[in-house]
Design a protein around this ligand. Structure first.
Ligand code: UDP
Ligand code: MG
Length: 318
């Protein structure tokens, strides 16, 4: 195998405090790998600026000049979300024809010293190398427990994603060619890469504290990512609604028959308001919940059918 050219893709949103530190550190890591002929000298870094409102883009421009294009960048016209920033970064980097791509966050939370290990697994034949967190000690209790519950639920729903999967990942150029044929608007990249097949491997890494700045994910954006993950990869919730409806109908038929028989034999009927209210409330709740699930899928269809561009790039730095 020839010495591969590596593209490092970094999604970033309001990360002005991190750009200097992250760029210096990653340039150092790349220089070391290039010196040891693990990657080729034309390897590069591409920042995907997801509509930052601070000076993130200005800093990327400085580094682009300073490094004569070793650090490149694209700038979205507005914030489109981290998944789309990753996707656009991968697609735009493909113009430079690298052999493999690594996506990593701008805050250096993911152990950058493991990049060499990713490349080694790629050289051993893996087309997708996923980064798995050793633990989640940097996450707060709520984020940790909801993330674990999400992975468990995804597995129950038939989407077999490894627990503590991250978007720190290496993919080969063949994978990017295939990814380009996926037209979906609602992206859950962990699910897509997991679904493609091909030889996969894993690199385990320790999560560090954020090197600077604060998290750019709100509880709502994490919830929406999780919901996208479920509704774009599994129709089990819809099937659950069907089965639930069937079971409920069966129960109500049995209850109806029982009531008729009781009445026929002249049993004393207690006017059971409490139980009626509990049952109607319960059934009403389930109906609204089921409608909500169906609505989620219709919402997905709505966005997919419109097929609007997934992101808009305003500026490029070569
Ligand atoms: N990010 C992005 N767009 C967004 C939110 C986040 O490109 O709308 C980037 C962010 O700049 C970072 C990466 O996605 O490089 C992961 O975000 P963050 O570190 O805030 O998430 P956390 O590690 O807290 O889960
Ligand atoms: Mg982070």
């Amino acid at each position: 195998m020839n010495i591969p050219c590596l593209a490092v893709i970094i999604p970033c949103y309001n990360e002005e405090d991190c750009i200097n530190k992250t760029s210096d550190r990653l340039l150092e890591v790349l220089a070391e790998l290039e010196k040891n002929s693990i990657i080729s000298n034309n390897s590069f870094i591409l920042y995907s600026n997801d509509g930052s409102c601070d000076n993130t883009w200005g800093k990327i421009q400085d580094y682009n000049k300073k490094t004569s294009g070793k650090i490149k960048g694209i700038k979205f016209s507005r914030n489109f979300g981290n998944q789309k920033a990753i996707l656009a970064g991968l697609f735009e980097a493909s113009k430079y024809n690298p052999d493999c791509y690594i996506t990593i966050d701008a805050d250096l939370q993911q152990d950058e010293t493991k990049i060499g290990e990713f490349i080694e697994k790629y050289k051993q034949g893996a087309k997708i190398v996923c980064g798995i967190r050793n633990d989640r000690h940097t996450d707060k209790f709520l984020k940790k427990s909801t993330a674990l519950a999400f992975y468990k639920l995804m597995n129950i729903l038939g989407v077999n994603i490894k627990v503590n999967h991250s978007d720190y990942r290496l993919v080969s150029k063949e994978i990017i060619d295939i990814l380009k044929t996926f037209p979906e608007t609602n992206l859950f990249l962990r699910g897509i890469f997991n679904d493609l097949g091909f030889k996969k491997d894993y690199v385990y890494f320790d999560v560090k504290d954020r090197s600077c700045g604060v998290t750019k994910f709100t509880p709502l954006s994490l919830f929406s990512l999780a919901l996208n993950g479920i509704t774009s990869f599994s129709i089990v919730p819809l099937r659950f609604v069907t089965i639930l409806g069937f079971v409920m109908s069966l129960l109500s038929i049995i209850l109806g028959i029982e009531t008729i028989i009781a009445k026929y034999f002249g049993e004393f009927m207690v006017p059971g308001w409490a139980s009626i209210i509990v049952i109607t409330g319960f059934i009403g709740g389930i109906q609204i919940f089921c409608l909500g699930i169906i609505g989620e899928y219709i919402g997905q269809l709505f966005q997919e059918v419109k097929a609007r561009p997934r992101y808009i790039i305003e500026e490029w730095l070569d």
